[in-house]
Design a protein around this ligand. Structure first.
Ligand code: NAD
Length: 496
């Protein structure tokens, strides 16, 4: 069985250590390859490759940098299916979902193709007599990106196209559960003509992460993952003088008002709750049914959930497996806990018969009704296909419930009342809001990020905030003496 090693300076770099992780195919349960876990010496070598490449890349013209971005885009368009297949084989999400992930990542590449415009500074003539001022934005240097298992391509692509286009060099530490997409992307960059050392991949676990967080040559860290690790990354990285954006976990609510189109709301709750087996940071895991909406909504969601096919993502199923056996067991134990706590189990995913060979990590769509805010199925981020319906009497109670939650990544409201939707978007303490849109992931030219325990730091991903994160500003104040004043003792006569 092969072992995937690091990528540094445009070539594979064999780990100096023996520690490896197992990569599994979640639909069959089989171990498909191993991935090296970085030693401290590996961390040093990979960061060193990025550091050495930085001066040359920083000084490469914007035109040349952008041409490489365009070539990367063309290659990715032509070969997107290959990347989607790698994602499905290691993450388990169905192929159409994996293709969607690649497309959303590609949008950031396209955004970064416009970097010359986005990097323009400003200028002021005659700020004082004969004095001009202008500003520029320059790259940081070596930037670290640490990504979670649930979007092996899209999450790294929220960051690296912008970082690279701005003139930085990158060390990507992908999730050890899904490491192969990063390797594929590294090879694609090489094919696109990116100079060696500009994009590097460091595989591993905490040793790799802490190496990036503490190394003096790493200028910034962009992290996406669970809230406890995001907090650790933010605190450690900033304590070591780095710029850090650390995106954490989520518990996203869909509020359904009684006037909503309940068929639309049920369709969207099913897509947003069970898509990618609930392993999305923007998944809806709590539906807040207001007033009379409850019974009819639960009935409609249950009917749709029962009709979903769970199975191998390569076989046309609606929903794939969980990422690991541990994740499957964890999600099942939450279903046990919800039942024991007295929630009404309307659809039980533990009993699913998947369309797959082998012993994959499946839990089918699961629906709970009459969930209360003290139950662990509500308080915890389950990160699986478990949808909880909570019932409240009024809009005010719904907003208070959403705002009391420690997370604030995404939320949605379903209603036909524009005034109610307008109040909701104003009052709700969440970073990304959908109005009759269940998974309101911003386009690449806006910025992605939650509030409260869903994001540590003050800069969201991609869009103009991403450009800002990966550059630092410089202001130049200039006084040039008019040539008419020259020509005196020691001066040069320019003929004015
Ligand atoms: P995770 O926190 O376990 O892992 C994320 C990264 O941190 C991985 O690269 C992992 O190797 C590393 N890591 C894990 N444990 C570590 C430790 N003790 N010390 C240092 N590094 C460590 O997250 P995950 O399970 O891979 O991903 C799922 C989580 O990510 C969910 O909580 C989900 O909500 C969140 N997520 C958030 C967003 C967002 O935009 N806010 C997007 C995607 C995923």
């Amino acid at each position: 069985m092969d072992t995937l090693h690091h990528w540094a300076g445009g070539t594979a770099l064999t780990s100096t250590g023996e520690r490896v992780g197992e990569v599994t195919d979640p639909a069959t349960g089989e171990v498909t390859r191993h991935v090296a876990f970085a030693t401290e010496a590996d961390v040093e070598a990979v960061i060193g490759a990025a550091r050495d490449a930085f001066p040359g890349w920083r000084d490469t013209s914007l035109t040349a940098r952008t041409q490489i971005l365009f070539r990367f885009r063309e290659l990715l368009n032509a070969r997107a299916d290959e990347l989607a297949a790698i994602i499905t084989a290691e993450h388990g999400k169905v192929l159409s979902d994996a293709a969607g992930e690649v497309a959303r990542g590609q949008e950031v590449v396209e955004f970064a193709c416009g970097m010359p415009h986005l990097l323009k500074g400003s200028a002021t003539e005659n700020a004082s007599t004969g004095v001009d001022v202008h500003s520029v934005r320059q790259p940081l240097g070596v930037v670290g990106i640490i990504s979670p298992f649930n979007f092996p391509a899209m999450v790294p692509m929220w960051f690296f196209p912008i970082a690279i286009a701005a003139g930085n060099t990158v060390v990507l530490k992908p999730s050890e559960k899904v490491p192969s997409a990063a390797q594929w992307l590294a090879e694609l960059w090489a094919e696109a003509g990116l100079p060696d050392g500009v994009f590097n991949v460091l595989h591993g676990d905490r040793t790799a992460v802490d190496g990036l967080l503490t190394h003096p040559d790493v200028r910034s860290v962009s992290f996406v993952g669970s809230t406890p690790i995001a907090r650790h990354v933010y605190e450690t990285g900033t304590a070591h003088g780095k710029r850090v954006q650390a995106l954490g976990g989520a518990k996203n609510h869909a509020v359904v008002l009684p006037d909503a189109d309940l068929d639309l709301a049920a369709d969207q709750a099913v897509n947003a709750g069970f898509g990618s087996a609930g392993e999305r940071c923007m998944a809806i895991s709590a539906v807040v049914a207001v007033g009379s909406a409850g019974d009819a909504l639960v009935e409609r969601i249950a009917e749709r959930a029962r009709g979903l096919v769970t199975g191998d993502g390569r076989r046309g199923a609606d929903m794939g497996p969980l990422v690991t056996r541990a994740a499957q067991e964890r999600v099942s134990s939450y279903v046990d806990a919800g039942e024991a706590a007295g929630a009404t189990l309307v659809v039980d995913g533990r009993k699913v018969t998947p369309d797959a060979e082998g012993s994959g990590f499946f839990v089918g769509p699961t629906l709970f009704d009459h969930v209360t805010t003290d139950m662990s199925i509500y308080t915890d981020e389950i990160f699986g296909p478990v949808l909880s319906v909570l019932r409240v009497d009024s809009y005010e109670q719904a907003v208070a419930l959403v705002n009391a939650n420690p997370y604030g990544n995404g939320t949605a409201i379903f209603t036909n009342d524009g005034g109610a939707a307008r109040r909701f978007q104003h009052e709700v303490e969440v970073g990304m809001i959908g109005i009759n849109v269940p998974v309101p992931v911003p386009m690449a030219y806006y910025s992605f990020g939650g509030w409260k325990s869903s994001l540590f730091g003050d800069t969201h991903a991609h869009g103009t905030e991403g450009v800002h994160f990966f550059t630092r500003g410089k202001v130049v104040t200039t006084r040039w003496i008019d040539p008419a004043h020259r020509g005196g003792a020691g001066g040069i006569d320019l003929g004015f």
